[in-house]
Write a protein that binds this ligand. Sequence first.
Ligand code: OAD
Length: 254
Amino acid sequence: MNDQTEIPEELIQIIRKAEHVTVLTGAGISAESGVPTFREAQTGLWARYDPQELATPQAFQRNPKLVWEWYTWRRELIGKAEPNPGHHALAEMAQLVPKFTLITQNIDGLHQRAGSQDVVTLHGNLMETKCFANQHLVDNWPESDAVPPHCPICDSLLRPNVVWFGENLPADALQTAVQAAESCDLFLSIGTSALVHPAASLPLMAVENGATTVELNPQSTPLTRWMDFVLTGAAGELLPLLVTSLKEAFNNDA
Ligand code: OAD
């Protein structure tokens, strides 16, 4: 597929008039920040690591040290990454439309670091830590050699505050996301393979609700055929282009 270099004028006019824009992002938006995606051949994390050994509660129970250390490695990687022009463009887009809901499957915090407010984090946040037994969210724990360290409240093992396979999504985040998908007039799905539910159902809820739907991805996905507009290319290139075109459209109004 050839990447596109322009945003259709019809789409810009639809966004200009939209009352509520909802955006769902996946690992692809952080790819240009150097954060690996999951399912891409060769480079995706799940091409190199087995999620069943690293990203399930059972894996943690079997080998908590391995799981803790793998997430520590990812936390360090993400700590060195910077938000890219795609993250910044979404933070800017939020200022241009009456209502904007940003939902992400990413646990890297890069949207928040780019200045996006009230990000709906469906899969948790890698920078946060909670305990395995009671979900106590903790910022500090006593210095010790234990790996993983123990919860200062209940002494159970600490783990990252992320959603693992087989676990429920945070109920409040999911409810906010579903409401936004069902009530928006424009829905953008950006940089997600749309294979992991319930996140992958959100764009389809928007389709059912009659919203205009847009996918931005260098590859096609199971969503592609349902979308009104398909933007083929990298988020870090196409989103700044989209925001620039949108600002021009608003300036022409003035
Ligand atoms: P995937 O790795 O499944 O998909 C990443 C998508 O990003 C692919 O469709 C790529 O084509 C696309 N992509 C790559 N580079 C891009 C770029 N520069 N701009 C735009 N798109 C690009 O990642 P997710 O869909 O986020 O869950 O995966 C969903 C969930 O599966 C993750 O949240 C994680 C994983 O297991 C949990 O950890 C619970």
